[in-house]
Design a protein around this ligand. Structure first.
Ligand code: COA
Length: 392
């Protein structure tokens, strides 16, 4: 669209606003790579801590480097006591994403500042944030259920620790694997909306805490990270696989979108969906609780078929949030926490992008085409009659 001589790219679709070494989304062929490594190789072979190392330090770690990173994560995972107390004092009905955003922002209060009042934004602060995010989400899960939070354990992986801090039980191998695979797949995705938000914030020379708080806020909506919780609500509403077709038709007739379907970049099935589907299926079979996966499987079949009929010129396939829902439901996690858990994976990418932005910074400040009233005289207050042009 062109207005007042400026070309407007609504939603910045297809606009290249920066560069990154961190990840590459190839939407036409459905490939996602982190620093050149295909997620098809990383998902089955690398753990989340290896991805954190890859994104923050630029290479896959040696065994010693991995051990050292795991020790650092574990040593930084506990929360400042006043923030735990703050969580204990908010209404138990508070939405998990509101709690996460607020407590992550609160972490800045306990972080040292230099003589200019600035927090240090380096890899250690990044690791601190990565370590503490899962502790916050697990603590709020317990506090709102009237239980005491559980301290993290140094001998567990990041994924296992998260599940342990929620339930008090060390997860089984498949549960740990499912959580870990999820974190690996969610770790980064180029200039998605929340990462872009983090980079915009960092570009003003704001610190990691500010940038990550902005990213969490941006992740919230259901066109982005909120879609996983919305997908879970769909599975609950459908109830059994044979009702999936009617559900899809009814939703589309109401003008609603099918959550977990469609993507701005991918014109094929999101490459992460394949791995999430496989692990969700394995988890559901091994737990013997086969309720959610079959509904999700049929919902994808029906959504893809009916969307192709109704919007033949669009290419709408399952995205990352689609199989996140049955996976997390089978891990016993309530639907309203899924966006927080997305954030616990994506924090690795957010932090790496903020450091990348700060390393070679230029203020991100686009233009807008002004479409309001033309310049006019100022009207003194005693001469105004109420609604006038431009008062909307
Ligand atoms: N269900 C139904 N229709 C959908 C759809 C979905 N999940 N996703 C896209 N469409 C349709 C839109 O209604 C629109 O149709 P129209 O041209 O007839 O109006 C068309 O496809 C293009 O949609 P648009 O919003 O312009 O595309 P986009 O590139 O911005 O879409 C999303 C990307 C993610 C915002 C979109 O696919 C969506 O809303 N998906 C559901 C939410 C979701 O899962 N978000 C997580 C993303 S990882």
């Amino acid at each position: 669209m062109s207005t007042t001589g400026l070309v407007v790219d609504r939603g910045l679709e297809g606009v290249v606003v920066g560069s990154t070494d961190l990840s590459n989304v190839e939407g036409q062929v459905g490939r996602l790579t982190y620093r050149g490594y295909d997620i098809d190789d990383l998902a089955p072979n690398a753990c989340f801590e290896e991805i954190v190392s890859l994104l923050l330090y630029g290479h896959l770690p040696s065994a010693d480097e991995l051990e050292s990173l795991k020790r650092e994560l574990a040593s930084r995972a506990s929360l400042p006591e006043p923030l735990v107390a703050a969580m204990q004092n908010v209404p138990k009905t508070a939405w998990p994403m509101d709690v996460l955003r607020t407590i992550v922002s609160g972490l800045a209060l306990f972080s040292p500042v230099n003589n200019k009042g600035e927090h240090v934004s380096d890899v250690h602060t990044a690791i601190e944030l990565i370590a503490k995010m899962t502790t916050i989400v697990a603590a709020w899960d317990r506090i709102r259920r009237g239980l005491d939070p559980i301290e993290p354990r140094a001998d567990l992986s990041h994924a296992a620790n998260f599940l342990y801090m929620r339930s008090g039980k060390v997860p089984t191998e498949i549960e740990e694997d499912a959580m870990d695979t999820y974190f690996v797949l969610l770790a980064d995705h180029s200039y998605n909306a929340s990462t872009f938000s983090a980079r915009v914030t960092a570009s003003t020379r704001a610190d990691l805490y500010a940038a990550v708080t902005a990213a969490i806020a941006t992740l919230t909506g259901d066109l982005h990270g909120g879609a996983a919780s919305a997908s879970y609500n769909n599975l609950v509403a459908i109830g059994s696989p044979e009702k999936a077709e009617k559900f899809v038709r009814d939703e589309l007739a109401k003008g609603n979108r099918i959550m977990g379907m469609g993507h701005r970049e991918y014109r094929v099935r999101d490459p992460r969906a394949k791995h999430l589907e496989a692990i969700a299926k394995r988890l559901s079979e091994q737990r013997g609780d086969t309720k959610w996966y079959p509904i999700a499987r049929e919902l994808e079949n029906q959504s893809q078929r009916i969307l192709a009929e109704e919007k033949p010129d669009r290419k709408i396939y399952a995205n990352v949030d689609f199989y996140s829902a049955p996976l997390m439901a089978d891990l016993g996690i309530p639907g309203d926490e899924y966006t927080c858990i997305f954030a616990c994976g994506r924090i690795a990418g957010w932090a790496a992008h903020v450091l990348e932005q700060l390393h070679d910074n230029r203020l991100i400040r686009p233009q807008a085409a002004y479409v309001g009233p033309p310049p006019g005289p100022f009207v003194p207050i005693d001469q105004r009659s109420g609604a006038t042009v431009g008062s909307a």
